[in-house]
Design a protein. Structure first.
Length: 354
C-alpha cells in the first residue's frame, strides 16, 4: 500500500483500489493525485490479477470537493501557467478512465463537487451512499462547470441548466432520479460491499453488478422531483435575464419561497460565469462528449485572462472577504466564446436574418 501523492493504492483480490487520501483538503485533486491516478491505471491495464478498479475516499466528509483551485490561482499569479498543464492532465485522466478496458467503480460517500463530480462521471459504475451531496458549484468562484459537465449536465436539459448556473447541491436520491449515479448503497454497507468485491472469484461487469444488487438501499423521495416543474418553468429560457425575471415574478406560485431563495443565490454569482455556463449547457446538447470536452479545454485556457475566476478565488479562498467584484460585461470574452464553437453551432452568420 503506497501513500505517495495523497493516494493510497492496494490490490485486494482481483480489485485494484485507488483511495483519495487528502482528507485535510476534502480530497481536492492536486496535480500529483491526477498523475498518480493516471499512472496507476496504466500500470494495471495489462495486469491480469487486476480485473476491476475501485476509486474511493478516506474522508468521512467527502469523496472529492473538486479541483485544486488554490493551486490554479497561485500558479497563474506567479506566472508559471501550470493551470493549463493541470487542466490538460486532468482531462487526460478523465479520458483514460472513460476508455478504460476494465470496469471502474466509484464509491461516493459525502461531497461530490466540481472536479470530483467529473471524476465520478468518468467511472463506469457509480455507487453512492445516502450521505452524498452533488454539485457543480463553479459559478460561485466565477468559473463554469467543466470536467465534461457540458455533456453530462446538458443531457438533463432545464435541470442541467439549473444545476450549472446556480451551483445548487442535490442529494443522492436526486442524483439517482436524474440517472447521475447507478446504485444507492447505505454508507455503513460500503465496507462490506468492498470486502465482497475483493473476495469475488472474478470481477466482470455482470458479476460486479450482481454483488452490488445484494446491498441496495431504498432511496428517500427525491426533493428535486417536487421542484422539477418549477425548474422547467424558470430555467427553460434562453437568456439569463429571462431566467432571473421569471424567478423574480414567481411570488404567487406554490414554490415562491424556493424561487426567491434560488434568485438570491443567482444574484451572488458572477454574471459572466452564469452567461457562459448557460450558453455551454444549450450548446452542449448538440455536441458529442469529445466536442464538449474540447470546448471546455479551449475555454479554460482563456478564462484566467478573461473570466472572473481569479477574483472569485481571491474573495472566497485567499482574502476570504466574500465580496467578489464581478465584471459587469465582457464583450471580448463573449466573442471569443462564439469563435470556439464548432462552425455548426456559431450563431453569428445568418441566424438573425433567417
Amino acid at each position: 500500500m503506497s501513500m505517495e501523492n495523497n493516494l493510497a493504492i492496494s490490490v485486494q483480490g482481483h480489485l485494484g483500489v485507488i483511495t483519495l487520501d487528502r482528507a485535510s483538503h476534502l480530497n481536492a485533486l492536486s496535480i500529483a493525485m491526477i498523475h498518480g491516478i493516471t499512472q496507476q491505471l496504466e500500470q494495471w491495464r495489462e495486469d491480469p490479477q487486476v480485473q476491476a478498479v475501485l476509486i474511493n475516499s478516506n474522508s468521512a466528509k467527502a469523496f472529492c470537493a473538486g479541483g485544486d483551485i488554490r493551486y490554479l490561482y497561485e500558479s497563474y499569479q506567479n506566472g508559471t501557467r501550470n493551470d493549463q498543464r493541470y487542466f490538460a492532465d486532468e482531462y487526460h485522466m478523465l479520458n483514460t478512465l472513460r476508455q478504460y478496458p476494465k470496469p471502474v467503480l466509484v464509491f461516493l460517500d459525502g461531497y461530490v463537487l466540481g472536479g470530483g463530480f467529473g471524476l465520478a462521471q468518468a467511472c463506469h459504475i457509480l455507487v453512492s451512499s445516502e450521505k452524498s451531496r452533488f454539485a457543480m458549484p463553479e459559478t460561485a468562484i466565477g468559473f463554469f462547470p467543466d470536467v465534461g459537465a457540458t455533456h453530462f449536465l446538458s443531457r438533463l436539459d432545464d435541470i442541467g441548466v439549473y444545476m450549472a448556473v446556480t451551483g445548487e447541491q442535490i442529494s443522492s436520491s436526486d442524483a439517482l432520479h436524474l440517472d447521475l449515479i447507478d446504485y444507492l448503497v447505505a454508507s455503513e454497507q460500503l465496507g462490506q460491499l468492498q470486502t465482497e468485491l475483493a473476495n469475488a472469484p472474478q470481477l466482470n461487469q455482470q458479476y460486479i453488478e450482481q454483488i452490488i444488487a445484494r446491498h441496495l438501499k431504498t432511496p428517500v423521495p427525491s426533493e428535486l422531483k417536487q421542484y422539477e416543474e418549477a425548474i422547467r418553468q424558470h430555467f427553460a429560457h434562453a437568456e439569463l435575464g429571462q431566467i432571473e425575471d421569471s424567478l423574480a415574478n414567481a411570488a404567487e406560485d406554490e414554490h415562491a419561497d424556493w424561487a426567491a431563495k434560488i434568485l438570491a443565490t443567482l444574484q451572488q454569482r458572477s454574471l459572466l460565469a452564469k452567461q457562459i455556463s448557460l450558453k455551454l449547457q444549450h450548446v452542449g446538447r448538440g455536441l458529442s462528449l469529445e466536442q464538449c470536452m474540447q470546448l471546455e479545454r479551449d475555454l479554460q485556457d482563456i478564462w484566467f485572462e478573461q473570466g472572473d475566476m481569479l477574483e472569485g478565488v481571491r474573495a472566497l479562498l485567499i482574502d476570504k472577504d466574500k465580496q467578489p467584484k464581478w465584471q459587469t460585461e465582457n464583450p471580448e470574452l463573449m466573442q471569443m466564446f462564439e469563435n470556439l464553437l464548432p462552425p455548426s453551432r456559431q450563431q453569428k452568420q445568418m441566424s438573425a436574418s433567417v
